[in-house]
Design a protein around this ligand. Structure first.
Ligand code: ATP
Length: 513
């Protein structure tokens, strides 16, 4: 239910109220598109990062990790093409003076047509019941056909114009579609201009010797420039991969939608080095692998969609997005890119150093090709959070707010609750938590009635609560309450650790991969 459009505000306020995400420097009224993670957010984020990291480095003998610096030699960004080509087309509305990404304005127009298609499909599905065939309907219904054709034509023209850098045509398209400013409703637009997204800064104290630097706009280049260092010291044979997680910075023109589009964000990227000519095979391989990673979280197959790129970035010969159904529609969550040998070759050229691999099997050296998987940690966080926030109507008419996080990602796995603050129950509870906390993130709570304590844990997504009551004194059993089903069962204290671990460990999802 939280994935419906109108509930996005609820997700943002829930994130703040329960210590997941705060606006940055809020006492100074915040900083646009910059956010801080609170006590629960940092734990959820770390668990997502760990899931990714372990799935890459621990489950693959031929993938290792690195942690490169955010600052890199400025020539890196010339070689990578970011100085010349890391631009977004921007347009200003003359009345509201608001700045937009021209391509996003057009894409949002197309998204509205897609919503119309979805509505037609839903209506027909209701009408035809079990005999409804969605594919057949889309192929034969005249209104849907015309919507699909219209969307396709608009996107194809946008991609062509952007590909040719024909910014006048992008403006013409916006005017022809009569797109108006979401703020002012005005259709008066400036010309479209290119805008480089990199933040620049200076390194060094003295004015003369200071060097212009960029904050990295992606983590990938730290991997490329270390390719030979890692290959030689790890004695890896191709195919092999290098994984990295870390901060990236982009001066986004339109920074809306909470942590979906930030100016400072974290990426989880893996570059997989392969022999030239094998890119199609490995591209398919990583597409399947990454989809499986997402699906193993159990958030529902229907929440994901693949989008093949028609307009390719300057470095790619094939690219697709794994899109997720965010509260504001399907949007890119992860990119899989076949980057050819573009980056390594350019670094060779700009640095004058060889970045080649000697392949003992064919007795030849070559610049490897690369398949990249690149996912935004914050976007993944938003996907998980928005998908998990649920409001349930209980039989007594009250509403239960519960964050149905995949248990392996929950910030806290178990809450230990003595029923009352006397009769030796807190002492037993503390003994249990002191043992559990060595392996499992646990929390102790003795304030308020136990029902309210359950609700507090529901709201932050704690999968299990354990209540110590008077029966515990007699038979060393406790009540274990399940977050999702709210079912309660009695288990022996000595079984708690194994029982919970089985359900909440990363192992439980890693073994599905
Ligand atoms: P978009 O089209 O949404 O701007 P992109 O295609 O520029 O994204 P990539 O350069 O492929 O994104 O970056 C890889 C991943 O990094 C994206 O799939 C996304 O999850 C994440 N990402 C990119 N930009 C941002 C941002 N400004 N804020 C948060 N995450 C981001």
């Amino acid at each position: 239910m939280a994935t419906e459009n109108g509930n996005f505000k609820k997700i943002i306020s829930h994130a703040k109220e329960y210590g997941f995400v705060f606006p940055s420097s809020e006492i100074y009224d915040g900083l646009s598109a910059v956010y801080d993670y609170g006590q629960n957010g940092v734990a959820l984020k770390k668990n997502i990062r760990d899931y990714w990291w372990k799935s890459m480095t621990q489950l693959h003998e031929n993938i290792v990790g690195i942690d490169a610096a955010i600052f890199m030699h400025p020539t890196t960004w010339k070689a990578s093409g970011h100085v010349d080509a890391f631009n977004d087309p921007l347009i200003d509305n003359k009345v509201s003076k608001k700045r937009y990404r021209a391509d996003v304005l057009v894409e949002e127009y197309v998204a509205k047509i897609e919503t119309k298609i979805e509505k037609e499909v839903a209506r027909a599905a209701k009408r035809f019941g079990n005999s409804f065939d969605e594919n057949e309907f889309k192929k034969t219904n005249p209104r849907v056909i015309s919507y699909i054709e219209k969307s396709r034509n608009i996107l194809s023209r946008l991609n062509k114009s952007l590909g040719k850098e024909d910014l006048n045509d992008v403006k013409n398209l916006i005017e022809e579609l009569e797109i108006s400013c979401p703020e002012s409703g005005s259709k008066e637009w400036t010309d479209v201009k290119q805008f480089n997204l990199m933040f620049d800064t200076k390194l060094g104290a003295s004015k003369d010797s200071a060097m212009d630097l960029y904050l990295r706009p992606e983590t990938a280049q730290g991997i490329f420039v270390n390719f030979l260092n890692v290959q030689k010291t790890s004695r890896m044979k191709i195919p092999f991969g290098i994984a990295q997680t870390g901060k990236a910075f982009r001066n986004e023109i339109v920074a809306r939608q909470f942590i979906f589009r930030m100016r400072e964000f974290e990426q989880m990227e893996m570059q997989f080095f392969i022999p030239p000519g094998t890119q199609k095979k490995w591209y398919e391989f990583w597409k399947e692998k990454r989809l499986k990673w997402h699906l193993s979280l159990g958030m529902g197959e229907e929440k994901y969609r693949l989008h093949n790129h028609e307009k390719l970035a300057h470095y790619a010969d094939a690219a697709l997005d794994i899109e997720f159904r965010f509260p504001f529609g399907f949007k890119e969550l992860e990119g899989i890119h076949s980057r050819t040998n573009y980056d390594l070759s350019n670094h060779e050229q700009f640095s004058g150093k060889k970045l080649q691999y000697f392949d003992p099997e064919i007795n030849e050296s070559y610049v490897p090709y690369v398949i990249e998987t690149s996912i935004g940690l914050d976007r993944m966080f938003l996907a998980v959070l928005s998908n998990s926030l649920t409001e349930e109507k209980l039989s007594d008419g009250s509403i239960r707010t519960v964050l149905k996080l995949p248990p392996a990602l929950s910030p806290i796995k178990v809450a230990i609750l003595p029923l009352v603050k006397k009769d030796g129950l807190p002492e037993i509870a503390k003994k249990i938590i002191n043992e559990l906390k060595l392996d499992i993130t646990s929390i102790y709570d003795e304030k308020d009635a136990v029902g309210r304590r359950y609700r507090r844990q529901d709201a932050i997504g704690t999968p299990f609560c354990i209540t110590i009551d008077h029966q515990t004194l007699d038979d060393k059993t406790v009540t274990l309450r399940n977050r999702d089903s709210m079912k309660q069962e009695r288990i022996k204290i000595e079984h708690i650790k194994n029982y919970i671990n089985e359900e909440v460990s990363l192992r439980s999802i890693l073994k599905k991969l």
